[in-house]
Design a protein around this ligand. Structure first.
Ligand SMILES: *Cc1c(COP(=O)(O)O)cnc(C)c1O
Length: 730
């Protein structure tokens, strides 16, 4: 799959985390020198650095150089504004991830989106790499890339609306979080100032740009420019990152497709995956390679395919258990080193730190919990009942030990308080040998942490975890999951792979009560299910039921969580259809489609359902029989080829709404009459038991639409008509 990645080169990265003596998070921003990283500057033929430039208000300019990282076969372009040509302010645009104000963030996103497209064009020009056909934007952050491509097409002579159609066809938008803080919204005025004459994209009317980001739905803020909303409007295809998150996103953004039920909102889902060659510990890989050979083991990690993973079933219990102990022991060593370094940093002398030699035990059930610390992830849920936690940690026969890590956002004092609460608990001499907080969570720590744990714990507020990926990385090393049914775990949970923490996420539960219920459920599971299974011994003297869960996790869950599976899904379901749509939309087709949409939008108020009748009395309708449906619709200035008239039927719920609806197109049989009305007919099969209902609707159709909801237009019968025709039957 030919891909080019684009990102920003943050001079300070995110930040490094240490702790003060009393457990308060301290941030450090060491300077990264690109010359010491595996990066090469992209160069022009004359040897000068390749750069992109953006016009800023007031005649200023933002320039950035392009660094190239070769990630396997994929080139990754990183934009770096720290160049001499920039004024001091502009040099700082790519200084760090998060932390500047709103304008700083806007400039980062303009550089990423607009500068990103320019960097890709430069890269293609300099290397002969083919021009990309599809652009994929992760969340709204890179959303301006659509505007830059519209501007390119306008410069080539297309009008805005036609260019918008051509760009939409070749754009995929992925929404990554239902948490509002994760979605960038800018002041409208700020955006207006950065576009138009005297700033960026002077050819595009600023008003058109502003309208793309407007929250035109109930509850929307008229003065804010929403990057996710713009992203969705600039992309013909969109997805969330797990099955559940797809559902949540359809609900969340349904206001952009008025008239459609959430389940018809055109946002699908592709569940995330993780890069197994990075995350499978060498010891785990070696055991697999011993079974099936190095080449097939490598293929199993990248290509996937369950037949390659089946061989795990043949690995003897003793070998799996020995592997688990080896990994746990390595983690124990790693934890002691990191803890010692952290305590030194917190001001402790060597003589005070003898106790660290006894921190954690390579034979004790080890639980990992490491992630960012936004409030929805509930870092401190485990502290809810400290006595119960202490009993679990200090149990005489079946103790557990816990390794915790995570960075709070530098501006989030609430998050830092949670870190401090955990650190203070872990500092208590009564439990400090069984629970540790490791500062500066990052990939290097994560690579040791996931394999060394027996249980990976995740307790977010459902359904705010869009996917979650650390549990996948843990599973790839035979670590079992203990998690709230959120994100990917909601989709792939199986009692063979771990445990589901029951949630109280119904409406009306107050947050405090909810935490109490869910924390209790967590303690219960640990006491009654998890620890007994880990410590019980079967005939062979090994915990054979636990080992069987490890085996099931590796062989059946492993192949699902792979990045290879995810990429294949993106290609088949989103990239390839988008590439095809993009090719179909040459300038003439783009103009035709834009004109058609404008005509349909303009004429839609003239479309209505006028009359509905069935050929059989509803009272005699029986399961298995077929009704004849006859419908009269007004199409106004539109023609039958512009629309589809559908019979929609399904089960009816207690609120008279049709659930699990199936739509069948009806056929025009006559028309138009003198009043512009058309008659449509078709069969309606009564193929379901229980309360059943149907209705009729008219939708715009065009071969180049990706979904019948794309325009957000639909005409349905009036309430009077529904009642008169008895459209909902019981
Ligand atoms: C995988 C990973 C994450 C993300 O984990 P989630 O489960 O998605 O929260 C965060 N940080 C590091 C260092 C990781 O390796």
């Amino acid at each position: 799959m030919p891909l080019v990645g684009v990102g920003l080169l943050y001079r300070h990265g995110y930040f490094r985390q240490t702790l003060s003596r009393d457990g308060w998070q301290q941030e450090h921003y060491p300077v990264l020198d690109p010359h010491e990283l595996p990066l090469a500057p992209l160069e022009e033929p004359d040897g000068g650095p390749a750069q992109v430039a953006l016009a800023l208000p007031g005649g200023r300019e933002l320039r950035a150089r392009i660094w190239l990282a070769q990630v396997g076969r994929v080139p990754l372009l990183l934009l770096d504004s720290d160049v001499e040509e920039n004024d001091l302010g502009e040099r700082g645009v790519t200084d760090r991830l998060y932390g500047g104000g709103s304008e700083h963030r806007l400039l980062q996103e303009m550089l990423l989106g607009i500068g990103g497209v320019r960097a890709v064009r430069t890269y293609c020009r300099l290397t002969g790499h083919p021009e990309p056909e599809v652009f994929h934007t992760n969340e709204g952050h890179a959303g301006f890339l659509g505007l830059e491509r519209i501007a390119e097409l306008c410069a080539a002579g297309l009008d805005f609306d036609s260019a918008l159609e051509a760009v939409r066809a070749g754009t995929v938008f992925t929404t990554h979080t239902p948490v509002p803080a994760g979605i960038d919204r800018f002041d409208r005025e700020l955006v207006a100032r950065h576009f138009g004459p005297g700033a960026e994209l002077p050819r595009i009317d600023v008003d058109r740009i502003l309208r793309l980001g407007m929250e035109t739905y109930p509850g929307g803020e008229p003065n804010l420019f929403n990057m996710a909303v713009m992203g969705l409007r600039l992309a013909q295809r969109a997805n969330g990152v797990s099955l559940l998150h797809g559902e949540v996103s359809r609900e969340m953004f349904s206001g952009l497709w008025p008239g459609f039920d959430a389940d018809e909102v055109p946002i699908t889902s592709v569940t995330n995956g993780v890069h197994a060659p990075t995350w499978v510990a060498p010891e785990v890989f070696r055991l697999g390679a011993r079974q099936i050979g190095v080449q097939r083991a490598e293929d199993a990690l990248t290509v996937g395919g369950s037949e390659r993973w089946d061989s795990v079933a043949e690995i003897p219990d003793e070998d799996i258990w020995e592997l688990r102990r080896t990994l746990r022991e390595q983690l124990v060593t790693e934890v002691r080193e990191r803890l010692r370094a952290s305590w030194r940093q917190r001001g402790a002398g060597t003589a005070e730190l003898g106790w660290i030699d006894d921190v954690l035990d390579p034979d004790v059930l080890t639980i990992g919990f490491a992630r960012r610390v936004p409030s929805y992830k509930r870092l401190t849920l485990m502290l809810r009942d400290r006595d119960r936690l202490m009993e679990l940690l200090l149990h005489p026969e079946r103790p557990v030990q816990i390794v915790v890590a995570g960075k709070a956002h530098p501006a989030d004092d609430g998050g830092k308080r949670l870190v401090q609460e955990l650190v203070r608990f872990a500092d208590d001499p009564r439990v400090r040998h069984r629970i540790v907080f490791l500062p500066d969570y990052g990939m290097a720590m994560a690579q040791k942490l996931y394999p060394g744990c027996d249980i990976w714990l995740n307790n977010p507020l459902r359904p705010l975890e869009a996917c979650g990926t650390s549990g996948m990385k843990a599973a790839l090393n035979g670590c079992l999951n203990l998690s709230v049914l959120d994100g990917w775990w909601d989709e792939w949970f199986d009692p063979d792979f771990g445990w589901a923490i029951p949630t109280a996420d119904g409406w009306g539960t107050d947050p405090d009560r909810r935490d109490a219920i869910e924390a209790d459920a967590l303690y219960d599971l640990l006491e009654q299910r998890v620890t007994p299974r880990f410590y019980e011994r079967g005939q062979s003297g090994l915990p054979d039921r636990w080992i069987e869960m490890v085996r099931q996790t590796l062989s059946r869950l492993g192949p699902k969580v792979l990045a290879g599976r995810m990429v294949r899904e993106y290609v088949e379901r989103l990239y390839a259809p988008a590439a095809e749509a993009h090719r179909a939309l040459d300038p003439d087709a783009a103009r035709d489609l834009a004109e058609w949409k404008a005509r349909v939008r303009g004429a839609w108020s003239g479309v209505s359902v006028d009359h509905v009748e069935t050929s059989a009395a509803t009272a005699t309708a029986e399961l298995g029989s077929t009704l004849g449906l006859r419908v009269r619709v007004r199409l106004g200035d539109l023609a039958p080829e512009d629309v589809e008239v559908q019979a929609v039927s399904g089960r009816v719920d207690s609120e008279d709404r049709i659930t699990d609806a199936a739509a069948v197109p009806l056929k025009p049989v006559s028309g138009p009459d003198t009043e512009g009305r058309w008659v449509y007919e078709g069969p309606l099969a009564l193929d379901r038991t229980g309360p059943f209902g149907y209705t009729v609707r008219v939708l715009p159709v065009h071969p180049l639409l990706a979904s019948c909801a794309e325009l957000g237009l639909v005409a349905v019968p009036s309430q009077e008509l529904v009642e008169a025709a008895g459209l909902l039957m019981r």
